[in-house]
Design a protein around this ligand. Structure first.
Ligand code: HEC
Length: 401
């Protein structure tokens, strides 16, 4: 595909993905919050589940949640499903476009030597295989022992995290874990939550008693989505954090952030209703803090100067410029030579000495510390060349000789 067309298509999909995702998560957070804050008073009608008042947008809202009497149905009923489906569809489209239709984005020879086809099989297999395992697990009688099924689900997820980070490039591994979680969440909406709401409407219209088991089954999936939201949101933006996916313990960092994200969500769920279950929330919050400390410990931000190796030969700008010209400039230039790169990625160009010196901190962070540049080492930078850049940075990144 022509790179300019590809960039445009990606822009449209990403924008739509972002909007639909915000609408989906926003709705789901609001409904969760409503459910937690509804008030039920003694003497309320039997069908009433709870009520609440809110002030917003220049007026007062009185919200009542209730069951309907058999046969009763309002003429207009609003459903919430397309936000989820569109988020999933645009997400998969983006994944295919950015990772599968762009050479060198999935596999990383430094991690595992996979052919492009094998890398695709690992990627797609993990998303749909992970979803299938999750579905099967929660349809077995094990699902009744929820702590055990939850623990097993976490083990499946942790296995996927470990496996993917040891087979694909760090960045691709993270986004595939995200796509797997997103597929489970959207699958929950499509296969369980919406069908249970349809059944609720059907039974009410037919004047039948509702089957509480169907609602409970869907509620379980809805709780899963609730806890998976924060980990997924991190994974969606994880490509902005090379210090996480680029770390040598990227699997551990991700596992900690998943537990931590779910823990923070738990804390938010129960904070109005203190109970002994605040402990997992506290553990989760602690896990996030530990995760962040771990990241900083493994990869101090680029600002910290690299210590020059004693007696190392002086590295001139001319030498560094040669390396950058060969290993970085094919992409990072006003006129990129890499046919898959239509414009300089992230607006970063290394065409002039000043442009290179100006970015010294980020060059250190990406090419020396986290080694996440060149992207998937497409241009084949060597360790010696990375050390050369490090030495030049340690000299203070001079550009005059
Ligand atoms: C094959 C193309 C390619 C090559 C070669 C490449 N990059 Fe990048 N670079 C990218 C892409 C794509 C992004 C945006 C995504 C990202 O940040 O991971 C990027 C982003 C960056 C950023 C901006 C983001 C940030 O973290 O500040 C810097 C700095 C960077 N690269 C440095 C380098 C250096 C230094 C080299 C050479 C050692 C290099 N790149 C080689 C494709 C490339």
């Amino acid at each position: 595909m022509n790179p300019n067309v590809k960039e445009l298509v990606e822009l449209v999909f990403r924008w739509a993905h972002f909007i639909a995702g915000i609408m989906w998560i926003g709705n789901s957070m609001l409904f969760n919050w409503l459910d937690r804050n509804l008030e039920k008073k003694a003497g309320d009608p039997e069908l009433r589940i709870g009520t609440m008042w809110m002030v917003h947008s220049g007026g007062f809202y009185e919200v009542e949640k209730k069951h309907l009497a058999p046969g009763e149905m309002p003429p207009i009923l609003h459903w919430f499903k397309w936000q989820s489906y569109i988020t999933w569809m645009t997400g998969i489209a983006l994944l295919l476009l950015v990772y599968y239709a762009t050479e060198g984005m999935l596999a990383d020879p430094a991690i595992a030597s996979l052919t492009p086809t094998e890398a695709m099989e690992v990627g797609l297999g993990s998303i749909f295989g992970g979803f299938a395992l999750y579905e099967i697990l929660w349809r077995t009688p094990l699902a009744k022992i929820s702590w055990l099924a939850t623990l097993l689900s976490f083990c499946i997820l942790a296995g996927a995290v470990y496996g993917l980070t040891h087979l694909l490039s760090g960045r691709a591994a993270y986004i595939h874990v995200g796509a797997m979680i997103g597929t489970c969440m959207s699958g929950n909406v499509f296969f369980h939550i919406i069908p249970s709401q349809r059944e609720l409407v059907r039974a009410t219209l037919a004047g039948e008693k509702q089957n509480p088991a169907i609602g409970q089954f869907a509620k379980q999936r809805s709780i899963h989505n609730n806890y998976l939201t924060f980990p997924l949101l991190f994974l969606m933006i994880s490509n902005h954090f090379p210090s996480t996916y680029g770390s040598s313990v990227n699997w551990l960092i991700l596992a900690v952030l998943i537990v931590g994200g779910a823990g923070v969500r738990h804390f938010m769920n129960i904070r109005y209703n203190p109970s002994p279950t605040w402990i997992p929330g506290a553990i989760g919050t602690g896990a996030v803090a530990a995760g962040i400390v771990l990241v900083l410990f493994m990869h101090p931000p680029g600002a910290k100067p690299v210590v020059a190796t004693a007696n190392a030969p002086y590295v001139s700008f001319a030498q560094v410029n040669l390396v950058i010209g060969q290993r970085c400039r094919p992409c990072h230039s006003a006129t990129p030579k890499d046919p898959t790169i239509p414009v300089a990625p992230a607006g970063v160009m290394f065409d002039t000495p000043e442009q290179i010196q100006m970015r010294k901190e980020r060059i250190q962070a990406r090419a020396v510390v986290s080694k996440t540049m060149p992207q998937n080492n497409k241009t084949g930078i060597t360790e010696d060349e990375r050390n050369l850049i490090a030495q030049w940075l340690a000299e203070g990144a001079p550009i005059d000789k």
